[in-house]
Design a protein around this ligand. Sequence first.
Ligand code: PLP
Length: 392
Amino acid sequence: MIPRYKPTFAYADLFKSLSRKGRREAGPQLVSGLAAIHNVKHVFLTKSGRAGIFAILKALDRPGKALMAAYNCIVVPEAVRYAGYEPAFLDIDRLSLNVTAPMIEGAFTPETTVVFVTHLFGVPCDLDAVLPFLRRRGVFILEDAAAAMGAEYDHRLVGTFGDAAVISFQYTKVISASSGGAILTNSDELAGRLERIFHEARASRRAIGPFLRSTAWKTLFRPAVYPTLRRADRLIRGDRMYETVAPLLEEPPNYFEKCAPFDCALIASQLRNLEGNLRRRRHIAEIYREILKDHPALQIPGIPDKSSPAWIQFPLVAPHKAGFYGFMQRNGIDLSWTYRYSCAEGFHQDGFPNARRAAETVLGLPTYPSLTDGEAERVGSAARRYAETRLP
Ligand SMILES: *Cc1c(COP(=O)(O)O)cnc(C)c1O
């Protein structure tokens, strides 16, 4: 079976990252590596993307409404709440699955203090359209590049357009570890405040937890293990195609921490191959686009001009999602149903039809760098066969 995700590190990276010396040097190395790649002044390493969002909002200290896409990761509005802000939602564009300028302008109120510019699935927002209005309003622009490390807009990396940005190294992202995230910013003032917040923060020093977690992730996706575990998961939990997800209202224990040194080492070891990683993802997306482009029943993502996505998955809109998922399963292909909810519904807010439609219809084709061309062609051809035989 072709899995929906695969961790981007090798077993050898895991063992290398255990070295005491390596772990001691990994944090500063990763900070300077990320700063150099993005050409930003300040980088802070966190336990997760969500912890990064939380820290930025705490440091900013401008409580009010934080506008974000309703079709989003539920941990984003949760982090907003924990930091003392009120999540407010925006509908998305049906084709790009990202927010647009008119939607932001329509939802903007005097209480809005922060606007999230999210590059969902690693596909950049149309920044030329979105940024000028936000700049005129003087609102804080938080770029959520959690899923989009390495994606480019107008030959510049995303994560460098807003007032601050987060990226994530969770196991489904461009570069994976057991967990991890980073904050990027050019603002000296914000960095000074973040400095104080991080001064008090702890990092789990022990390597054993992250080592076991990432080894378990790595093992889970092995061909001998994965199909059995997926079958068990389907039996126990069923296929989760669409749900209303209630947010966690209480901040979990150890929510805000620095990145564990082991994870820093594991991420740093993969930074060298970022270009190769992205090249594979873009090549795989091209294979899918080529096979599926002239079959409109399955909608392929629309990407803005001047953009080069990082593709953590290749999202497809399938009118009958469960049917498509089942068909692909029978062909030995596991698709991702990552965002099977609209965050607005979890917060009891109505009126975001495109977000709801996306939650009901989008499935992700795999794009991890170790997927071979042959496997990508198998995935694309099966999707095409489904569209030709099952869809009008
Ligand atoms: C994954 C993701 C996050 C959260 O990152 P974590 O490291 O899991 O906290 C936030 N926003 C988006 C768009 C994401 O894809």
